[in-house]
Design a protein around this ligand. Structure first.
Ligand code: ADP
Ligand code: MG
Length: 330
């Protein structure tokens, strides 16, 4: 199950991503945590100290390795240099799984223990101006998009991406790569304006978008969010002393998180699991191709000097369950 957290800077994306990651890990489920936020703080929110977090390998710096592995023996992709962030898998491509070991995890993932439960953490690495452009060959979020487009994942295993709701994720197909997108909004006009913009982009792509109200204090805040986002409001979270203690570098055991916030996390977990029934491998693959052709036309063909439309394998469908997916080792 693929989960994105988006929202305005400071709304609580990283905090809520980290809490859901802890919750899922505590159930014993395998979890891959990905930091794709402009401000790279997920490692710290998962309890890593700054020096350790700063030494995490950056996915953005391993793009050549990622591309080389993923293209596998796919005859439609002549070289890693002609692979852009939207290049879809086809027959011969290497596919990825949540639980396995593979060269991508070897290079980019590090284990983090959360009260004894291990998760894998990957980080895009710090962003530069170039990463935020529409047409970037080196875009760090491109590594995340390639990962998700080659991932065969099933029930009860989770990928949680702490993400920026920027132009980059809309120009590429990244925002369509999730089973569910949690938009974190404070009860403010700015908070809900990001929601409206996201909803607008997502409308034509069948994106499942739910709002998580954060820093909600009392009835007035709740009424405001209800009025502004209606039925898309899934749950609200108040101020958490547990989170504040964590921010002070004194992380309490996760079992001590406030009851109301534990309930909120269970609700998020259920909302994620319910979306399994909405999966549609054909649509998922079609969208991947749609965004690839769009990027090829807009900048990719020119940038690589190749006709990138020829990379599309018309017979290929990225299987949601693993059985029917055409997996081939590199
Ligand atoms: N529910 C909460 N209770 C207490 N502090 C919170 C809560 N949500 C967020 N914060 C604090 O607000 C600040 C911004 O949150 P953060 O998750 O970093 O936002 P974002 O990732 O969206 O930029 C952090 O200092 C965080 O600890
Ligand atoms: Mg953040």
């Amino acid at each position: 199950m693929r989960i994105a957290f988006v929202g305005k800077g400071g709304s609580g994306k990283t905090t809520l991503s980290a809490l859901l990651i802890r919750h899922l890990a505590a159930t014993g489920a395998p979890v891959v945590a990905i930091d794709a936020d402009i401000n790279q703080h997920l490692g710290a929110a998962l309890g890593l100290d700054e020096a350790v977090a700063a030494r995490l390998p950056a996915m953005g710096e391993h793009l050549p390795l990622i591309k080389e592995y993923l293209r596998g023996t796919n005859p439609r992709i002549a070289s890693a240099e002609t692979m852009i962030k939207t290049t879809p898998p086809g027959e011969g491509s290497a596919l990825l799984r949540v639980r396995e070991d593979n060269p991508v995890y070897d290079a980019c993932a590090r284990p983090v223990e959360l009260d004894g439960d291990p998760v894998r953490l990957m980080v895009t690495g710090p962003f530069t101006d170039a990463d935020l452009g529409v047409a970037c060959y080196h875009a760090k979020t491109g590594a995340v998009e390639l990962y998700l487009n080659h991932l065969v994942d099933g029930r009860d295993e989770y990928v949680v991406v702490d993400m920026t709701a920027g132009s980059d994720s809309f120009a590429s197909g990244l925002f369509t790569r999730f089973d569910i997108t949690f938009l974190v909004a404070e009860p403010t006009r700015k908070g809900v304006s990001v929601y409206r913009q996201y909803k607008e982009y997502a409308r034509d792509y069948g994106v499942t978008l739910k709002v998580v109200g954060n820093k909600v204090q009392g009835k007035d805040d709740l009424d405001f969010l209800r009025d502004e986002v209606g039925d898309d409001l899934l749950v609200t979270v108040g101020h958490s002393d547990w989170v504040r203690a964590m921010e002070k570098g004194r992380p309490p055991r996760f079992a001590l998180l406030e009851d109301a916030n534990r309930r909120a996390l269970r609700l998020l977990h259920t909302a994620v699991d319910v979306t399994y029934g909405l999966r549609d491998a054909e649509r998922y693959t079609r969208q991947m191709v749609h965004f690839h052709l769009k990027n090829a036309h807009a900048w990719g063909n020119e940038r690589t000097g190749a006709d990138l439309a020829a990379q599309v394998d018309p017979g290929f469908v990225l299987g949601g369950l693993g059985e029917e997916a055409a997996a081939a080792p590199a």
